[in-house]
Structure formats: C-alpha cells, structure tokens
Design a binder for this molecule. Structure first.
Ligand code: MUC
Ligand code: MG
Length: 367
C-alpha cells in the first residue's frame, strides 16, 4: 500500500478564553490538519499545533515543510514502512509537530488496514485515561474558580498550574489558594515554561513545600545548564522535562546530565513512533512519565489518549487531555466527551476519527 498524496490544511478555530503561560499565550487554534492518502483509498488523519515559542514552528512553516520537503520525500513509499518514512523525515532537523502529525496519520492508516484501533496496536493496556486540566495565568481567585468549575463539570481532580511569572510570589499565592480551595484530595503540580531562574525556582519550591505538589516541570531553562542541574539535585519532587526534550536523544541528555528526573511525553511533538521510544527509554531507566498537552485540539487529544491509554506507565498519572475544552468548536464530527474525570479512546479501526466536512470548510484558511 503506497502513499499517494499528503495534504497539509491550515485551519483556525478561536478559543473561548486565551490560555496564558510563561512562554506565550494562545488565542486561536491555528493548527494544520495533516492527511496521508494511499493507493488503497485509506486516508490517515492527524493535526499539528504550531508552538512558535516552543519549537519555532508556525502554521505557515508547517504547511511549507510538509508540502515542499516531506510530501515529495515520502510519496511513493509504503504506508506500512514507518522506518523508511522516518529515515526520510529525519534528514531534516527540527519541525517536530509536522513530523509527529505525519507519523500519527500513518499509524491511523496502519490501524485501518489492520482493522484494529491504534490504541490496541500500540499496547492495548486500557481504553481510557484520567484527565489532568491545565490552569493558565490569571488572578488567583479566577484560577481557583476555573479549577472548581472544571472539577464540578467534568469530575477532574488533577490540575497542572502554570507558574513562571515574575515576581514568583504571585504563583506561590495562586498555588496556595488552589490547595486551600480544592482540599487535599486533588493532585496539583506546576509548570514554569522556563520562566524563573534556578534560584527563584528553588525559593518558590521551598515556599510551596507544604502544598504537596506532585512534581515540577521546566521551572527554569535547561540551557542554564549548571543552574538547572543544581535545582534538580535539590528538588524533593520529580522535575519534569517538557520542551527541553523534543527528541529521544534530548531525553537521554537531560536525564543523564541530571537536568530532569521525569519526562513529559507529547504525541504532538514525537508522534507515536518516537513517543514509544521515549517511553521505552524512561521505563528502562526507571523514570516517571506524564502524558502532556501541546494545547491540542480534539484530533490531537484523541492521539494523546490513544497512546497514553495504550501503556501501563502512561496511565499511572492523569494525562493532560482537556485543553480542547476552551475552544469554541472543533473539526471532529463527533465531539470528545470528558466525564467522571476520564476520556476514552475511540472505538473503530485506526484512530477512529471522522472529520466534519462542513466544519473543515468553515475553518480552513487556504481558500
Ligand atoms: C506545557 O506543558 O508546557 C505550553 C507551551 C507548550 O509548548 O505546551 C504548553 C503546555
Ligand atoms: Mg510544559
């Protein structure tokens, strides 16, 4: 079964309210729908979310790299030959979400060809994940109100709190307000998106020592090499690497260098193939993982839950699967539903996703 055509369709769907964090903010889901067509009529689908402040990709750059570099290199290859496809993609450095979307669209084709859900092909551990919700920057009382609303509406009891503002005390206060309002039964952890220095991170962690945080993510830049090692070596909770580990090699470097002690796996940046490699690395080294969110839409979220639910290690913690709740609409014909704090994978072959053609026509940006 050969790849005959690859499409990269830019689309834009506004957010109900923006998500703000230390490295940027998101007002519109200006993503790229990636479709891989085959000579047997099967079509694989995934989405690439540009995160310029994280990987340097934009909507325009993703469309360009798929159309001009990747599509010509993989058209004509076997859709079942992922290693061959990856060898071609890896000739080009960077562009993680463009490559990941192509990888996941291929897995969708493979699942459809095999008549099996991708979740079962990947590992089949479970068909669902508990959901963790990301709380963005706002005054403390609004962050508390948001977490309470999400808990009451969706039964979610794990929250990732964005930190990294300066001065750091407003974040310490917000975390304290969340713990006081939500009580001891919820799980809280923090993500700084590199906003603090190593020394401010250490101070903030000390001041939050009584808040029972599960872990801390990217509080300061991994490029502050010695400062970050110093911070990680004195942290009493796991220190998660996220944007500092876009490839399996980065995972090795950050873990062996002592700059992280846990890893966020994001299918939006490492697809299924490299996410599986990273998961294997982490399991072999005894390192905890969390399924992260690249501020995915519903297509990306379906990919994340397919991978996360498939493996034992990724289901130990709630996965970040709820950012799509803030979007005004999406492309899926049948919207995702979070209930009892849980999101299920789709039944059916491949990723089990169907695009609503009217919605795609309404939101696409290329005409
Ligand atoms: C996260 O975990 O950091 C914000 C920036 C990004 O690249 O991903 C999001 C969420
Ligand atoms: Mg993060």
């Amino acid at each position: 079964m050969k790849i005959t055509k690859v499409e990269a369709i830019p689309f834009a769907i506004p957010y109900r309210k923006p998500l703000r964090f230390a490295s940027g903010e998101v007002h519109v889901a200006d993503h790229v729908l990636v479709r891989v067509h085959t000579d047997e009529g099967l079509v694989g689908t995934a989405e690439a979310p540009p995160r310029p402040y994280t990987y340097g990709e934009t909507q325009e750059s993703i469309v360009a790299v798929v159309d001009k570099i990747f599509a010509p290199q993989i058209t004509g290859l076997s859709a079942l030959g992922r290693e061959q496809v990856h060898a071609r993609l890896e000739r080009t450095v960077g562009n993680p979400t463009a490559k990941a979307a192509l990888d996941m669209a291929l897995w969708d084709v493979i699942g459809q060809a095999a008549g099996m859900p991708v979740n079962e092909l990947l590992g089949g551990w479970s068909d669902r994940m508990r959901v963790s919700h990301m709380v963005g920057f706002a005054p403390s009382d609004e962050m508390v109100a948001e977490a309470e609303r999400i808990r009451d509406m969706y039964g979610i009891s794990t929250f990732k709190v964005k930190v990294g503002r300066r001065p750091y005390r407003q974040d310490v206060d917000a975390c304290r307000a969340l713990r006081t309002a939500l009580g001891d039964d919820v799980c809280l952890y923090i993500d700084g998106n590199r906003g603090w220095s190593a020394s401010d991170s250490a101070r903030a962690l000390r001041e939050m020592a009584d808040l029972d945080l599960d872990f801390a993510e990217e509080l300061c830049p991994a490029d502050d090499v010695l400062g970050r090692r110093w911070l990680v070596s004195r942290s009493s909770i796991p220190f998660v690497a996220d944007e500092s580990v876009p490839t399996p090699a980065d995972v090795t470097r950050e873990l062996l260098g002592g700059s992280a002690s846990a890893i966020s796996i994001k299918t939006a940046r490492t697809g299924f193939t490299s996410s599986a490699r990273i998961l294997n690395q982490c399991e072999a080294m005894g390192v905890e993982v969390v399924i992260g969110n690249q501020i995915d839409g519903q297509i990306g979220t379906l990919c994340a839950v397919a991978f996360g639910a498939a493996h034992r290690a990724t289901t130990r913690r709630a996965g970040e699967l709820s950012n799509f709740l803030d979007m005004t609409d999406d492309l899926l014909a049948e919207p995702l539903v979070i209930s009892d704090g849980t999101l299920r994978v789709r039944e059916g072959a491949g990723l089990g996703l169907a695009i609503d053609p009217e919605k795609l026509a309404r939101y696409r940006q290329d005409h």
